[in-house]
Design a protein around this ligand. Structure first.
Ligand code: GDP
Length: 298
């Protein structure tokens, strides 16, 4: 129910438009496909993924001999599900201790919030967590993490000033000394166009590997779902720089354009580990394709 609520905006726009389109019944014709195309494109599904979905749908309609528009709804759900299913690869932290997770993203994407949510998530599974305040550009980000850590009894490794790589390096050593299960390493927000900052975060990754040759074990991009079609470009740029292992799609509750996930599935299929569906610490869900598609059409 939470997920359904969280996705309410996406559902109201995207899901409802689709439901309306099909509920009238009638023939499956070129006009219907055209309207469907418009809905997909205005929901940030993107040209490539829209084309793919329409082709898949036409094939499904032919294969299953569908003739009535009312039957299309289920077919669209199945096409979407087939497209999104490969992105469902839950994060498994059992292979390393500490399991080092590095987070990247543009300013305001939701990194710091997501770190709090992830800390809570892992703690609720009985794991110990340590935070590295690697956003050394914004003093407020460090403060925010420290306050959060104090309130939740989570150790935060921070330095006044200093550089991101050094803080994270120290944090990994502290985590090893203390037998911590998970290190969550924050980094400063940056745009892919800020080339010197992209070089800096590549360096952070290299320094993590110096502190632990097997790490980082997860490189997450936190992507604001409101970013729209530009989101795919962002994913590609961060992936080119850092070889991402996963995505967190934040603010899916606040956008009517959850379709970005379909664009990612076609354009750069990186596992969506979690989705953010609100500002509270519990508003993080592992991505489950079936649940996501169902929540859209409920
Ligand atoms: P950062 O700059 O990437 O660290 O971004 P923050 O974590 O500070 O988040 C920026 C804003 O987005 C804050 O107001 C958060 O409360 C809000 N935010 C983050 N994740 C979500 C989410 O899943 N849903 C909603 N509605 N707001 C979110």
């Amino acid at each position: 129910a939470r997920l359904k609520q969280g996705l309410s905006r996406t559902r109201e726009q995207f899901g409802r438009k689709l439901t309306n389109l099909f509920s009238g019944g009638g023939k499956i014709d070129a006009e219907l496909y055209e309207e469907l195309e418009t809905i997909l494109l205005t929901s940030d599904v993107g040209v490539t993924a829209t084309q793919y979905l329409l082709d898949d749908l036409r094939a499904r309609v032919r294969r299953e001999g569908l003739t009535d528009a009312a039957q299309l709804k289920g077919a669209v759900q199945q096409s979407l599900l087939a497209l999104l299913q490969p992105l469902e690869q839950p994060l498994d932290i059992s292979g390393h201790r500490p399991f080092i997770i590095m987070l990247a993203g543009v300013n305001g994407a939701g990194k710091t919030t997501t770190i709090g949510k992830l800390a809570k998530y892992f703690q609720s599974q009985g794991k110990s967590v340590l935070l590295a305040a690697g956003d050394t550009f914004r003093a407020a980000a460090r403060e925010q993490l420290m306050v959060w850590g104090e309130r939740n009894n989570v150790t935060v490794i921070a330095q006044e000033g200093g550089d991101s790589a050094a803080v994270i390096f120290d944090a990994i050593h502290a985590a090893k000394a203390r037998g911590i299960d998970v290190v969550l390493a924050d980094t400063a927000g940056r745009l892919p166009t800020q080339l010197h900052l992209m070089e800096e975060i590549k360096k952070v990754k290299r320094v993590v590997a110096k502190a632990d040759p097997s790490g980082p074990h997860e490189v997450l991009l936190v992507l604001d779902s409101n970013t729209g079609q530009n989101g795919l470009a962002q994913v590609k740029a961060f992936d080119d720089a850092l070889q991402l292992t996963g995505l967190v799609l934040s603010k899916l509750d606040g956008t009517a354009k959850g379709g970005i996930i379909a664009a990612i599935a076609r354009g750069r299929p990186i596992p969506v580990r979690f989705i953010g569906v609100g500002e509270k610490v519990d508003d993080l869900r592992p991505f489950v394709a079936q649940e996501f598609v169902a929540a859209l059409f409920e």
